[in-house]
Design a protein. Structure first.
Length: 253
């Protein structure tokens, strides 16, 4: 990966702005940092580089989010098997991303975004009988979400189907989601460190971005009660749809 210090100032400002925007989204909605930041960065970088830039900021955002929802962590503990299998899937996904050409992952990333948007609008991908086979569902969805998260940074497109199918309350879903996101990031750090993609230099360069993301997250959490979530979600969905189209065009041409 090219050092961030070697980037032109306008591009550095764009990267920092993306971190702030993604942090605001995550703070307001309780999720979404990697799903927003990764495709926005992938417009200017390849998917692997976009994920490397977001590693430390995403870990920081997830830790702060889990801390702020710590009162609901007990209720979310029943999803520990889901988090465990997400860890396994994320290790496999990160290994795949570290060892193959990252360009096709633009198309995978765009596909996952479109899946998330389609399901958000239609709600068609839900399995209402899943509660009778909850553990088996956690194995399947955990592995799939981990694989997609490790390779593209987007777990939520898979996980949201799982949680909506079980009709899990938002207060319980958010810490469980952030737990999955966190183990996915830690898996990527381990695998990328073993393959030489992550270094102390990278962590030092992205530390200011992590601080900016957390500050934006805290502001977003304050805004949560003041902004109508429906309007905010509509704006976010339009942005994600546009980014998915850009990623597909980049892959094709």
């Amino acid at each position: 990966m090219t050092s961030l210090l070697h980037l032109d100032w306008p591009l550095l400002v764009i990267v920092a702005s993306i971190m702030v925007f993604a942090g605001l989204v995550h703070g307001t909605l309780g999720l979404g940092f990697p799903m927003v930041a990764t495709p926005m960065l992938a417009v200017s970088f390849d998917v692997r580089t976009a994920i490397l830039i977001t590693l430390l900021p995403t870990v920081a955002v997830n830790l702060v989010s889990i801390w702020h929802s710590r009162d609901s962590v007990g209720a979310a503990s029943r999803f520990l098997p889901l988090i465990g299998f997400a860890l396994v899937g994320a290790l496999a996904g990160a290994y795949l991303l570290a060892n193959v050409d990252p360009d096709p992952f633009r198309l995978v990333l765009a596909g996952l975004i479109l899946l998330y948007l389609w399901n958000n609008q239609s709600g068609k991908l839900s399995f209402h009988g899943m509660a009778r086979h909850a553990f088996a569902a956690m194995v399947i969805f955990g592995l799939l979400a981990g694989l997609s998260g490790g390779s593209t940074n987007v777990m939520v497109a898979i996980l949201i189907i799982f949680f909506l199918s079980l009709e899990v309350p938002r207060a319980t879903m958010v810490p469980a989601l952030n737990g999955c996101f966190l183990v996915g990031k830690l898996s990527q750090i381990v695998v990328f460190s073993m393959t030489g993609l992550v270094s102390l230099k990278l962590l030092a360069e992205t530390a200011p971005l992590a601080v900016a993301a957390v500050m934006a997250l805290l502001i977003g959490q304050r805004l949560r009660e003041k902004i109508e979530i429906r309007v905010y979600q509509q704006i976010l969905q339009l942005l994600l749809a546009a980014l998915a189209i850009v990623l597909i065009v980049q892959f094709v041409f």
